[in-house]
Ligand binder design. Structure first.
Ligand SMILES: [Zn+2]
Length: 608
């Protein structure tokens, strides 16, 4: 078995895709809003039975590998790695010399994380670091789960260690672990005398580090430093702790966003596990896209002072524009979640269990700040709140908050709307940025007749016990689309020649596929692919039909296709008649006239 087949046999496409988007069961298959094009009603179908997905809106489709590649925007080897890890399949090791740059840097990070972790656990140089973590109540379990480490107070310990393991200084530099000396050649360690938090992507791969300075020593050095931008670390798309938190996020259907590593770790220790952090940057579209995979609800923790100043910096406007449910958690005590938890973990658990809608929270905070209801305060209130309301992409929700603000400050909502428009123009903002960003990659609408031809074959393949009925009532000439016609003919040949009707053998899809695999390669691929897509189409459109409705549907489709076929015939006969009249071919005219009236009769019979 190939590695790909091995992985596929251990994983379920439904589970794999569920990690990225929310799937809803619909009959035997699952459906969702397509992540690859903007749509209002779901045309994205995942079939557990066929282990395939297909979007009938934009015509994208494939297996679990193609989904991961497309969704993560990565190439096949990377998707292979992700799915192999998930499946617990060990990929055949690559020769270190052949590692591409990206894998080389990942290997450096991986080794360094282990090195620093070991130093923290057992080296005498790390005594003050261990003491510090104890003073912050970081448990031994957390130290191990997060692989917290310690980078020694030295200019070259880490460089030397990696060099001894065969890594070149230039590569260590590229991994973001070394800094070029200002004078002369060479590099020195970037992280020195710092507690280290490995930063892992959503699959648990260490892509960078955050380092917290330990008290004393150099007063000028920053409290936190992170890995710089590297070929493997892009802070605009990394969400800290998502690898740990994703199952809790799905379970609670809520992502809680805090600011620091310590907040995340303390929250975990307090039993609130659906927590992630964005460090050193505002929330970006990439962050939103990533967290949206796991839940459409996101709550940001604010302390009372920062709500006004920091809310927009922290990217709330982007979240409002992404049509997610944005909520706010008011930190009950202390300046951050960590401080609150140190005082009383129960406060944090209570606060996170019932987050408020973000606009509700902003409204309350702002009204508290400007309580007089004089003209000045009303101006301040609207200046604070309208920019947020303007960003809400859902127009019903937007109207709701305008109305609410209008009644609270007693200014008509038309005036507020006008003020909001003025604000938008001044700032040249688009309220629907997130949606516009999606490519409008819609497939062209198909002709009705082709849609019905697809439906007919979809039913035949999904519910093969109708195949005899279909073959009896629908001639191959009724199917006009070339590809569908070719597939239908295959189906007829298979059914009439290869099924033992004497022994009332039934039509089996797998056997039909075996039959198709006897074709030459290009046909085989096309016919199997087309069949797979059609089966998913049937799962999408007929999942809630019972046998009687399917039979009715079939009869309707066939009679439409038949009458459509007759109309085309009639047109063709007309053309031939004109031709024959031009040539004065009397015999031909007679023959065609007969055909013409016969066909007209049939059509009028159909419309009875
Ligand atoms: Zn789509």
């Amino acid at each position: 078995m190939s590695q790909v087949d091995d992985i596929k046999s251990r994983l379920d496409v439904v589970d794999v895709i569920s990690e990225y988007i929310q799937l809803k069961p619909a009959g035997v298959s699952f459906r969702a809003l397509c992540p690859f094009h903007a749509e209002k009603s779901p045309s994205f179908i995942v079939s557990r039975e066929r282990q395939l997905w297909h979007c009938f809106g934009c015509a994208e489709g494939g297996d679990m590998f193609s989904f991961v590649m497309k969704h993560e925007n990565i190439d096949f080897p990377e998707a292979l790695k992700i799915l192999a890890q998930k499946a617990g399949v060990e990929l055949v090791r690559e020769d270190p010399k052949k590692l591409n740059q990206k894998n080389l840097l990942l290997a450096i990070n991986d080794l360094t994380a282990k090195f620093w972790h070991k130093i923290l656990l057992s080296s005498s140089q790390a005594e003050h670091a261990r003491e510090y973590l104890r003073s912050r109540n970081i448990s031994q379990e957390s130290i191990e789960d997060y692989m917290i480490g310690f980078a020694p107070d030295s200019w070259d310990t880490t460089m030397k260690f990696l060099h001894e393991r065969g890594f070149k200084p230039q590569d260590i530099f590229l991994a973001g672990l070394a800094i070029k000396k200002e004078r002369g050649d060479g590099f020195y360690d970037r992280f020195r005398n710092r507690i280290i938090f490995p930063i892992r992507d959503s699959h648990g791969t260490c892509v960078g580090f955050g380092g917290r300075a330990l008290g004393g020593g150099d007063e000028k050095s920053a409290k936190y430093i992170n890995s710089p931008q590297t070929p493997i670390y892009n802070k605009s798309s990394i969400v800290f702790n998502l690898d740990n938190a994703k199952s809790a996020i799905k379970e609670k259907d809520l992502t809680i966003m805090v600011e620091g590593y310590m907040d995340v770790i303390s929250s975990n220790q307090a039993g609130v596990k659906n927590v992630v952090a964005i460090s050193g940057t505002a929330i970006t579209q990439d962050h939103i896209r990533i967290v949206k995979r796991f839940s459409n609800n996101i709550a940001i923790a604010f302390d009372a002072d920062e709500a006004g100043q920091k809310a927009s910096f922290r990217g709330t406007d982007l979240i409002l524009g992404a049509d997610m449910n944005l909520k706010a958690i008011s930190i009950p005590s202390g300046k951050d979640p960590d401080e609150c938890i140190q005082k009383n973990p129960e406060d944090w658990r209570r606060a996170t269990s019932a987050p408020e809608p973000f606009m509700e929270y902003m409204l309350n905070v702002t009204l508290k700040k400007y309580p007089s209801m004089g003209a000045e305060d009303k101006k301040n209130i609207t200046t604070k709140l309208l920019p947020f309301i303007a960003k809400i992409s859902n127009i019903v929700e937007q109207a709701h908050w305008l109305k609410k603000l209008s009644s609270v400050i007693d200014i008509s909502d038309n005036v507020l709307r006008e003020a909001m428009r003025g604000f938008l123009q001044k700032n040249n903002y688009s309220t629907h940025g997130a949606i516009e960003e999606k490519k409008q990659a819609r497939a062209l609408p198909k002709e009705r007749s082709i849609q019905l031809e697809e439906m007919l074959l979809a039913i035949a393949l999904k519910y093969p016990h109708y195949v005899p009925f279909i073959i009896d009532h629908c001639g191959p000439e009724y199917i006009k689309d070339t590809k569908l016609n070719a597939l239908y003919k295959k189906l007829i040949i298979y059914y009439t020649k290869f099924i033992d009707h004497e022994r009332s053998e039934e039509f089996q899809l797998n056997n039909f596929y075996d039959f198709l695999s006897g074709e030459d390669m290009s046909d085989e691929n096309n016919h199997q692919k087309l069949s797979d897509t059609l089966i998913l189409l049937a799962e999408k459109d007929y999942f809630d039909y019972d046998a009687i409705r399917i039979k009715e549907e079939l009869q309707n489709i066939i009679s439409f296709l038949y009458s459509y076929h007759l109309r085309l015939e009639l047109q063709s006969i007309k053309r031939q008649l004109e031709e024959a009249e031009k040539l004065g071919d009397i015999e031909k005219i007679k023959e065609l006239s007969k055909q013409f009236s016969r066909t007209t009769d049939e059509i009028s019979l159909l419309s009875l």
